[in-house]
Design a protein around this ligand. Structure first.
Ligand code: G
Ligand code: G
Ligand code: MN
Length: 267
């Protein structure tokens, strides 16, 4: 990910974490969750929120995922990291349910998380333990994470669907999935990459890709979610094109838990 408003608040030090730093951060509960709201285009009501992990470092402050997700993936720590993120998200979800503010949460999942049956098993145990509805959890997988090894991931994806978790395909349009692969994979939602959404009003190619994504979503019975919606005019155009859901700075930037609580009443 590139620009982000609150990145300015990052320390002036260029902190480059090591594997051990990240391991300690997970063990010492330094990972926290931010939430970016997603709204329904028709009703303009809150639909859910994407969970975005941050590392609250005691010395360096708030550290963004572009500084540590790749490290986690290279070192295998992604398994523990995802486990922690999922656990935090589910606990949060219980809390909201109690406040009568049940909100669907979308969680980012890496390619390695779906190479074994650990993830479906962990999720099954957590929803049982905390008594939450699995259809309140959406797992976001990038196109390249899934389609590279579709035969091996299909088993995991199908199990997740059978347990009623929802699946979303992230950054759609940037990878190389074939129509046949897309047809076989049991996704509920297709997220149109912000590279297309942001340019669609000035760039014919981007506009055509957005239209194709919306049409594909309809034909394959998936909801379409446009990411990176930054302006009212883009929002209006996506509404006209009958895109189902939207996420982006125009609606809200990613928020801390307290910020989200303050933001919620307007929706
Ligand atoms: O807003 P932000 O800078 O947080 O997000 C940057 C990218 O980091 C997102 O596009 C997302 O793909 C990735 N990311 C954020 N949180 C997680 C997470 O919990 N797990 C994984 N695997 N990726 C994440
Ligand atoms: O798809 P991914 O998981 O990469 O998306 C999350 C990332 O997109 C995060 O880094 C988030 O801060 C960023 N983001 C969210 N909304 C917008 C937006 O409207 N514009 C831009 N440029 N980035 C956004
Ligand atoms: Mn995502």
């Amino acid at each position: 990910a590139s620009s982000n408003n609150d990145k300015a608040s990052q320390g002036k030090f260029d902190f480059i974490p090591t594997e051990q730093d990240l391991r300690d951060a997970i063990d010492n509960k330094q990972l926290i969750l931010y939430y970016q709201p997603q709204i329904n285009m028709k009703t303009e009501c809150l639909h859910g929120a994407e969970v975005l992990v941050r590392w609250l470092h005691p010395e360096f402050g708030l550290i963004f995922p572009d500084k540590f997700i790749a490290l986690a993936e290279q070192t295998g720590l992604i398994e523990q990291l995802s486990e922690e993120v999922i656990h935090l998200a589910i606990k949060q979800s219980v809390h909201w349910q109690k406040l009568n503010r049940a909100t669907r949460l979308s969680i980012n999942i890496s390619a390695q998380n779906i190479t074994s049956l650990k993830l479906p098993e962990q999720l099954r145990m957590l929803v049982k333990k905390y008594e939450i509805d699995p259809s309140m959890i959406v797992l976001e997988l990038t196109e390249s994470a899934v389609m590279g090894h579709l035969t091996s991931s299909l088993d995991v994806l199908n199990r997740l669907r059978m347990k009623d978790f929802l699946l979303s395909i992230d950054d759609f349009g940037t990878g190389y999935s074939s129509l046949q692969q897309l047809y076989q994979a049991p996704f509920n939602e297709l997220k149109i990459d912000r590279a297309f959404t942001s340019k669609m009003l000035h760039d014919e190619e981007a506009m055509i890709i957005v239209k194709i994504c919306i049409m594909l979503g309809k034909m394959l019975n998936m909801k379409t979610l446009a990411e990176g919606v930054e302006t009212q005019v883009i929002m209006d155009e996506l509404q006209r094109l009958e895109c189902d859901l939207a996420q982006g700075y125009f609606i809200s930037k990613p928020l801390s838990f307290n910020q989200l609580m303050d933001w919620l009443p307007q929706y």
